[in-house]
Ligand binder design. Structure first.
Ligand SMILES: Cc1cc2nc3c(=O)[nH]c(=O)nc-3n(C[C@H](O)[C@H](O)[C@H](O)COP(=O)(O)O)c2cc1C
Length: 216
């Protein structure tokens, strides 16, 4: 029945604190040499709430596809996300592993854009990421199918409640997969209330990464 009581909110992501522009390394005269360390200073740690990003892929026909996914982890080298193996993004990645990730901070204070290559993570790693997801998202991975999407809301509510009662602590479904994106280009954008916004672009160099400032 569609009049059933539901939780008022779903635990997916929370806001992160507003930045201190004066101390942000992207405004400094000498940008940090290591973009991975800079990203780590911006992103939540492994025990903090996850944040969201826009994942852009390219179809075999060259059509861009973009959608929001959760950043499951940044391990200091790559950005991981998790999804359904039958999704369009996974079909795109099978043909072209090049992606762009866009992360926007609340209040438009920061934006991080990463371009790179996505590769499949191990099943064990994907299972660990599944275990870290909220109960709502663990269940969603099981019941978010085309057949269920075609049902009226009342039927989807009933199916949801039935699944939750029968599977209080589900394992990952067979189609649960993860990808790790290794950056080849990084763009750190910061706002400033009293100065122009600024980006630092990092591209590969012989010794690591070369950094240069760009207008917003
Ligand atoms: C806030 C939010 C978080 C989402 N997180 C994920 C996620 O972590 N993984 C995922 O596969 N889809 C996630 N989605 C759904 C995707 O945006 C998308 O609709 C779905 O993955 C199908 O995309 P595709 O058909 O382009 O592959 C999220 C959507 C929103 C609005």
């Amino acid at each position: 029945m569609s009049g059933a009581a539901h939780p008022a909110s779903i635990s997916i992501a929370v806001e992160v604190p507003v930045i201190d522009h004066a101390s942000d390394p992207v405004h400094a005269a000498d940008p940090p040499a290591d973009p991975a360390a800079l990203a780590a200073s911006w992103l939540p740690g492994p025990d903090e709430d996850r944040i969201l990003m826009t994942l852009s892929t390219v179809s075999p026909e060259g059509v861009p596809h973009a959608r929001t996914v959760m950043l499951s982890d940044f391990d200091g080298a790559s950005f991981s996300f998790h999804t359904d193996a039958s999704s369009r993004k996974v079909a795109d990645l099978a043909v072209n592993p090049r992606v762009a990730l866009t992360i926007l901070w609340p209040g438009f204070t920061r934006q991080l854009v990463v371009e790179g290559l996505a590769t499949r993570v191990s099943d064990a790693s994907a299972a660990r990421a599944y275990a870290r997801r909220s109960p709502y998202l663990r269940q969603l991975a099981w019941v978010n199918t085309p057949e269920v999407a075609a049902q009226p809301l009342a039927a989807r509510e009933e199916g949801w409640a039935r699944f939750a009662a029968a599977h209080p602590d589900p394992e990952p479904p067979a189609g649960w997969v993860g990808f790790a994106v290794r950056p080849e280009r990084w763009l750190f954008w910061v706002s400033h209330p009293g100065a122009p916004s600024r980006r630092i672009e990092y591209t590969p160099s012989a010794t690591g990464w070369s950094a240069r400032p760009l207008p917003g």
